[in-house]
Write a protein that binds this ligand. Sequence first.
Ligand SMILES: Cc1ncc(COP(=O)(O)O)c(C=O)c1O
Length: 396
Amino acid sequence: MFSIKLEYSERYKRLPTYIFVEIEQLLSEKRKKGVDIIPLGIGDPDIPTPNLIINELIDQVKKPENHQYPSSMGEEDFREGVANWYKTRFHVDLDPKEEISNIIGGKEGVANIARAFVNPGDIVLCPNPGYPVYENGATKLCDAYPHSMPLLKENDFLPDLDIIDTKILKKAKLMYLNYPNNPTGAIAPKEYLKKVVDYAQDYNFFIVHDNPYSEFTFDDYIAPSILQIDQNHVEINSASKMFNMTGFRCGWIAGNKEIIQGIRKIKSQIDSGCPTFIQRAVLKGLNEYNSQKKPEIVEKTVKIYEKRRDTMIKGLNNIGWLTNTPQATFYVWIQIPDKYLNKGCMNFVKSLIEVGVVLTPGIGFGQYGEGFVRIALTQSEHRIKEAIERIDKVIN
Ligand SMILES: Cc1ncc(COP(=O)(O)O)c(C=O)c1O
């Protein structure tokens, strides 16, 4: 008989309850009843990892030298590969010895960078709606306070820096920023990034630019790196979206060497790194970049998402649910139909589950996401068309 009285820590208690529990329960009931579900909720690519990378992985996993503990900061050749990618893709020079670290996917980097710099009671500037790890896994698990920067439609989903109280800015340790943006699909003009960098200089905080959608851009738009503007900050990216490798857990963080030193030290006490054979498979993908243009292995995926995006936007327009066409990411961020505004986005999502369509309620990304839903373009065009027909029945 277990008689110890367990008590969760205060920091554990500060983590929010998982908003999707209710949705998952509803979905499992529907599945049991045999309802066909079209999942457009989770941002997980349905397209397989390119063969070029898989074949390299098979070769690398056979080598005994790749069976041992990796280095948590990443193998030297991996870090050199990331430096070459930055040079080719963004014309940014980085020293792989000091200015780059491997991370076990962007999520791990987002959370652990805070551990090196954020003290209890500090303030961290977080976009809202935003990737929930900024507020929770990073900020709250450091016993610090997230300060929400609202991403509003009227500001093109860019934080309005001028309205943030200067006391907050002075107290802020770091700012998470993410363009191309999840969940809004928004992009940030270089002039805007320049403005954020100036704020960071004036108020003495650093920026963690989370850039996992840098390659998922359409219509000739090329996403910048914040390191092109100022190398006093850091940028996170990963193979997850770029090469459809969410299940492999491999990413990188690059930029200011003192910040990189911070996360390297934290990681050396927590994890033993991304498996060497995975780092080398990702390296094969990165080496495909010969110019700023996307290589074929990436371009092929992006073209698929672009076509899906066009099918989705056209379909939504046809049923009278209007939104702008995103220039990046594989998400469509859309205000819920007027008649649902009072009831909230969660209720709207539940109505769509009745017809077997799953979208993500905006509230799952923070309070400023209320009134919106996120549609992930992670199903075929055929399934997208089917989803539109079902949505039509609910909203019209
Ligand atoms: C904005 C953002 N940052 C980070 C991540 C984490 O990606 P990963 O840990 O797979 O690299 C995601 C995943 O969806 C994301 O949307």
